[in-house]
Design a protein around this ligand. Sequence first.
Ligand code: TRP
Length: 334
Amino acid sequence: MIKKKLVFSGVQPTGNLHLGNYLGALKNFVSLQKEMECIYCVVDLHAITTFQKPNDLQNNVLETVASFISTGLDPNKSIIFNQSSVPGHTELAWILNCVSRIGWLNRMTQFKDKAGSDKEKASVGLYVYPNLMAADILLYKSTHVPVGADQKQHLELSRDIAQKFNNDFNCKDFFPIPEPLIPKKVSRIMSLRDGTKKMSKSEESDLSRINLKDNADEIIKKIKKAKSDSEPIPENLSDLEKKPEALNLINIYAEMTRKNLEEVLNEVAGKEYSFLKTNLSEVLISEIVPIGKEIKKLLDDKAHLMQILKKGKEKANIIAEENLKNIREKVGLI
Ligand code: TRP
C-alpha cells in the first residue's frame, strides 16, 4: 500500500522570529510546501507550559502566523492554524499520556534543561510536553516532521509512542511511524556575539541576532559589530572551525547565497572580515528587509490573520475528527 505523505510541524509562538528561525525552519517549510501536503501549527498549548502573559501570547501567535505568511507559506496550500483551536490535540494528548511511560519522559533532556535546578516547581505540563507533541503529530497521522536537531529526542519519543499504541491496541500500521526531517546542511545559526551559543530570542543583547523585523540600518550595525577575528579569513575549513564566530558569519553567508561553505571560503579566503561583512549585510538586507516589512503590514490587519487561522482550524479539524473517531474506537471509548 502506498501511504500518503503528510508533513507536520509545530512552532512555538514567540514574537520576534529571527534569522535562526528563518534559515533553520521557515525556509525549509516553504520548500516542503512545494512537494507535499503540509500542516503548520502554532503551538500555543506548548507555550503555556511555562507562564505566558495572556496578551503577549495572543500577539505572539499572530506574529508567528504573520512570519509564516511573509516568508512564503501559502494558507491556500498548507494548513496553518493554532493548536488550541483544534480540541483533538488535547484529547489525543490525554490518551497518549496513558500510552507513554514515566521512564521515557524521565530521559528527556529538554525537560531537565527547562525545569532547571528545582524540578518540583516545574509545571506538570512541562513534564508531559513531549506527549502533547506526539499527539500533534499523530492526530493527523503525519509521516514527516521537519524539526531542529534539538527536537530529535522528542521525535523519537513520538515514534516510540506510535509503536506502543499500534502494539497495545493490536493495530499494526495504524499510526505511521513519523520520520524526522532534520536539515543536515543547515549548520546551526549561532549568536553574533558568541559563536558557541545558538542564535536565540532569549539572549539579552539584541546585537546577538538578526530579527526578521530589523531594518537595513539595524542589520548593517549588527553585522558590523558581530564578533569575527583579527586575522584574515583562513584558507581552509579546519582552520575556520577553530574560530566559531568567523565560522558562523561564513555559514550565514553560505546559507543566504545558497552556496556551500567551501565555495564561500574560496571566494573570501585571505580577505579581511570587513569585506565579508559588507557582502553579508547586502544579502541579508535584500532578503530579510522585505520579509520584515510584510510582517509589519500583516500585523496591521489582525482580522486578516484571524481569518487565516479560522480557515486553517476548519481544515485541520476535519482531519483530526476523522482520525479521532478511529482512535477512540481502537481504545474502546464509547
Ligand atoms: N517542541 C517543538 C519545538 O519547541 C514544537 C512542536 C510542538 C513541534 N509540536 C510539534 C514540532 C510537533 C514538530 C512537531 O520546536
